[in-house]
Design a protein around this ligand. Structure first.
Ligand code: FES
Length: 147
């Protein structure tokens, strides 16, 4: 059995310890906001916050997540939208939307560590792929959310 905390709730998974965190979140916890893109740690669609780090959950096993605090897009904001979500909405940034939960999770980790990042810092921290090509507006939205 593997135990950790997801969105402030204790969870126990009776799964193979080698199960990727992504699939435990999606299939066992029905937290489908975390997306499967490449499955190889490259695209970032599966990004979640693990103990304050932006982690590609397809590349972390639940055994590696044991004892950690995991936050998914569903747990990022409970009663009101996160400033990043508001900034993305205000800019009508979402096109297909598939990459957005992972980008917002990566950006939320960045803003917690650096509340006033410059453009280069944002571009360095957000390595998620977006096939719709929202990158320039993405930087602006993160800068706006930081204000
Ligand atoms: Fe995890 Fe692409 S699905 S990085």
């Amino acid at each position: 059995m593997t135990r950790f905390t997801v969105n402030n709730q204790a969870v126990e998974y009776r799964l193979d310890p080698a199960t990727p965190l992504l699939w435990a979140l999606r299939d066992a916890s029905n937290l489908t906001g975390t997306k499967y893109g490449c499955g190889t740690g490259h695209c970032g669609a599966c990004t979640v916050d693990v103990d304050g780090r932006a982690i590609r959950s397809c590349s972390m096993t639940i055994a590696e997540a044991e004892g950690t605090y995991v936050t998914t897009i569903e747990g990022l904001s409970r009663e009101r939208s996160h400033p990043l979500q508001l900034a993305f909405l205000a800019d009508n940034l979402v096109q297909c939307g598939f990459c957005v939960p992972g980008i917002i999770m990566a950006a939320s980790v960045l803003l917690r560590r650096n509340p006033d990042p410059d453009e280069a810092t944002i571009r360095g921290a957000i390595t998620n792929l977006c096939r719709c090509g929202i990158y320039p507006r993405l930087v602006e939205a993160i800068e706006r959310a930081a204000r």
